[in-house]
Design a binder for this molecule. Sequence first.
Ligand code: DQA
Length: 146
Amino acid sequence: MKILVINGPNLNMLGIREPEIYGNKTYADLEKMIEELCAEEGIEVSVFQSNYEGAIIDEIQKAYFDKVDGIVINPAAYTHTSVGILDALKATAIPAVEVHLSDVKTREDFRQISYAGKACVKTYMGLGFDGYKEAIFYLKEYLKGK
Ligand code: DQA
């Protein structure tokens, strides 16, 4: 089983950006947690982060040609703006799970729409790093059932 974890803009600033919302752990900590969990679970994983919408779309398209089985995606701010990321997820039809560190439902109005989420089989929010864990477990079970 091969999965891709995608993180959008400003997530490379974890540990620095708004710690009261996103916590004190760094992006390197997040990568390490995901890689260790996947190693334990016998999942091949690639972790990608970009601040550029087009680079995220390119990575989703590449996942199709690389025969990636599943995607975990935190599109960050592009969640609320990007029809391009939604279309890329739909184009590849790779099962995807959406993750947000914070509970976006309880935040500003402009965060209430998720375009990417419309192409995802499940969403986890407000669980911090654990949301990625849950997403990986969910995806593993989901892909087993396919
Ligand atoms: C986020 C929530 C988004 O609204 C925000 O723009 C982010 C991070 C989260 O993980 O909670 O950058 O996706």
